[in-house]
Design a protein around this ligand. Structure first.
Ligand SMILES: *[C@@H]1O[C@H](CO)[C@@H](O)[C@H](O)[C@H]1NC(C)=O
Ligand SMILES: *[C@@H]1O[C@H](CO)[C@@H](O)[C@H](O)[C@H]1NC(C)=O
Ligand SMILES: *[C@@H]1O[C@H](CO)[C@@H](O)[C@H](O)[C@H]1NC(C)=O
Ligand SMILES: *[C@@H]1O[C@H](CO)[C@@H](O)[C@H](O)[C@H]1NC(C)=O
Length: 341
């Protein structure tokens, strides 16, 4: 009887203490989105899957709104109704990388851009792939301006609040784009006007992000001091690519990189290496990127993709994603265009 009483008292005391500590912890600890991302990274790494997760400096101290500001591909084709290329080559190789194929003469293929805190991925995926194609087809290693696409395409959607890749391709054909490259670069017509940024204040690597950025006004002039004249480069034909891996592979091998869009789930933010497939976390929104090739790793087929979240994100700015299963919708929204000779 005595022993039982002691046991009950001890149990009550320990319950009270646990409750107390939990309450104190909740009261003092601010919830941080990066803590949730760390948890998700652990889940991925414990799942023995095809990819590894880790911390990407871009998201330290980011809240969910800050992360969402880096997405911005709107769903659908905005009524563009582009023609579809379903061409399929026989004897497609098991691996192909546009960077290896054309990267000597077209240095843009090695470039990773940074969209900053603006939902302009739709413009980046477009101009990155069109820049490569301009060089592959015309032999000129230039840069097409994300700034120009983001700010001047009125039919593309809502600028920094998101846009339509299909409309970006049509704009290139109808209106054309001036040259331009990364933030603070000179020598081209319109540089990107947003500095790369991060959500924490105590690193010398990035300046802090300042809320969601407003879309800048369209300027029909080149940056002052650029020494350039406002001259557009146009496309001859915009089209989408059939929703099979063979059609997409054929298009890349024949004409160069393409723009695609997919759904970003929270686990993707933590990508570091390997072949991404969705494991855990909620859907955050649509994101546009550039596909440059494909391959197979440990029997898992993948696409090679260049992101626009800086080289510090992921695998030197790039990632691999499962191929042939329409993972996160990546094979269902491929668009592209050819340059006008
Ligand atoms: C992890 O996955 C690999 C490949 O599928 C498998 O060979 C291995 O046994 C797995 N390990 C564990 C601990 O599940
Ligand atoms: C990536 O971030 C670093 C650090 O802020 C910066 O120096 C670099 O210019 C950024 N890259 C691009 C492509 O903007
Ligand atoms: C960008 O260039 C401007 C003008 O030269 C300079 O004041 C600024 O510090 C540069 N920003 C970064 C992040 O390098
Ligand atoms: C990362 O990319 C840059 C060019 O963007 C390249 O010079 C460098 O060698 C790459 N590093 C790795 C580890 O692949």
């Amino acid at each position: 009887m005595k022993r039982q009483t002691i046991f009950i008292v001890a149990a009550l005391l320990s319950a009270a203490l646990t409750g107390f500590y939990t309450y104190e912890a909740l009261k003092h600890k601010e919830f941080k989105y990066s803590d949730r991302l760390k948890q998700l990274a652990e889940e991925v790494n414990n799942a023995n899957t095809t990819w590894k997760a880790g911390e990407n400096i871009k998201w330290i101290n980011a809240d969910i709104a800050g992360v969402k500001a880096h997405l911005g591909a709107l769903e659908g084709d905005n009524g563009e109704n582009l023609p579809v290329s379903n061409a399929v080559k026989a004897d497609l190789p098991t691996a192909f990388d546009a960077r290896q194929q054309w990267g000597d003469k077209c240095t843009s293929l090695w470039e990773v851009r940074d969209q900053s805190n603006c939902g302009s991925c739709w413009a980046f995926g477009a101009v990155e792939s069109l820049t490569d194609r301009h060089c592959i087809h015309l032999g000129q290693d230039i840069r097409l301006s994300a700034q120009n696409m983001l700010t001047c395409c009125a039919t593309c959607g809502q600028g920094c609040n998101g846009g339509y890749p299909a409309s970006a391709m049509s704009y290139y054909v109808k209106t054309g784009l001036v040259t331009g490259d990364l933030y603070n670069t000179t020598g081209w017509c319109q540089a990107y006007s947003f500095a790369p940024c991060a959500h924490h204040v105590d690193t010398p690597l990035y300046p802090a992000c300042t809320g969601e950025l407003p879309t800048p006004k369209c300027a029909k002039t080149c940056d002052s001091g650029s020494g350039q004249t406002y001259t557009v480069h146009k496309g001859s034909k915009a089209y989408s690519v059939g929703k099979t891996q063979e059609a997409i592979m054929t298009e890349i091998q024949t004409n160069g990189p393409v723009e695609a869009a997919f759904t970003v789930y929270e686990d993707f933010l933590n990508y570091k290496s390997g072949v991404y497939k969705h494991v855990t976390g909620k859907a955050l929104g649509g994101h546009a990127i550039k596909i440059v090739g494909w391959g197979v790793e440990n029997n898992t087929p993948y696409w090679i993709v260049v992101n626009s979240w800086n080289q510090t994100w992921g695998d030197n700015g790039t990632f691999k994603i499962l191929r042939g299963k329409n993972e996160c919708g990546i094979e269902a929204q491929v668009v592209t265009a050819l340059p006008l000779n």
